[in-house]
Design a protein around this ligand. Structure first.
Ligand code: NJP
Length: 236
């Protein structure tokens, strides 16, 4: 018996995969969004073979037209969406003067704009039902800046600001908004491998998934506004 339907972006690997698996274990029906069909299918098969219920929807979330086009099919499988997790994101790190306009657009479109696009698609019905929760996986870089992080930080500050204002807009309508701000997580972020020696002491994707599981399990009279998580080893 499922407890509700969740939609997770960036579900093919890393933090989004861990969140999707964790939600499925907690009996959420999960819709998985990412571009790579093969990886998404692997995650969906694993979840479904372990007794969960999930559906893979291969899509580039920066392509608003394609996302809207696929949304009807997605709703047929998922029904009303009770939980949206805006997790898909990427980072490219270099001094601003070494970044191109394309680098700026790509990070802004994925880290900030796609959160807006997904929210617009999903939140309308939540407001009508006076029920729902949206979780944004931002970053500790949504509140601090560092050299070589100018574009990434700008995109995460934007995503964080959007989510925080959205919380105030949707709370009176019965929809809760939660922001997670993780520090270093051993995922595939920035085209890296998760199991390098450097990352041994970092947060695991499952640590972030556990925080999401907590934030979505509190009574409906409670909003978890924000959770910041760091590995003890991170000096920030
Ligand atoms: O990264 P990674 P994380 N359309 O690379 C998907 C934040 N964060 O799990 O499309 C749709 O392992 C991609 O799938 P694919 C970070 O900013 C991280 O660490 O198939 N999906 C994959 O599933 C981000 O917001 C750290 O390539 C797209 C996923 O996104 C979130 O955590 C620290 C897509 C990325 O998986 C998850 O990142 C921090 C698109 N256009 C914040 N482009 C950290 N790892 O240290 C990518 O503070 N994806």
């Amino acid at each position: 018996m499922v407890i509700g339907s969740a939609l997770v972006s960036g579900a093919s690997r890393g933090i989004g995969e861990a969140i999707s698996r964790r939600l499925a274990e907690s009996k959420w029906r999960v819709g998985l969004l990412a571009r790579s069909e093969e990886d998404l299918a692997r995650v969906a098969d694993d979840i479904n073979q372990s007794g969960g219920e999930s559906f893979a929807f291969p899509v580039d979330v920066t392509n608003a037209v394609e996302l809207e086009r696929q949304f009807a099919a997605l709703k047929e499988q998922l029904g009303a969406i009770d939980l949206l997790v805006c997790n898909a994101g990427s980072g490219k790190f270099a001094h601003a003067l070494d970044m191109s306009l394309q680098d700026w657009d790509e990070q802004m479109n994925l880290n900030a704009r796609a959160s807006f696009v997904l929210t617009r698609l999903v939140a309308q019905e939540m407001v009508q039902r006076r029920k729902g929760q949206i979780v944004f996986i931002t970053s500790d870089a949504a509140k601090r800046t560092f050299a070589s992080g100018s574009v990434y930080c700008a995109s995460k500050y934007a995503q964080y600001a959007f989510a925080s204002a959205l919380r105030q807009e949707l709370r009176p309508q019965g929809v809760r908004v939660t922001v997670l701000l993780p520090g270093l997580v051993a995922s595939y972020f920035n085209n890296s491998e998760p199991d390098s020696e450097e990352k041994a002491s970092w947060l695991k994707p499952s640590d972030v998934a556990d925080a999401v599981a907590y934030a979505v399990s509190v009574p409906s009279s409670v909003i978890v506004d924000e959770i910041t998580l760091h590995p003890v080893s991170q000096d920030w």
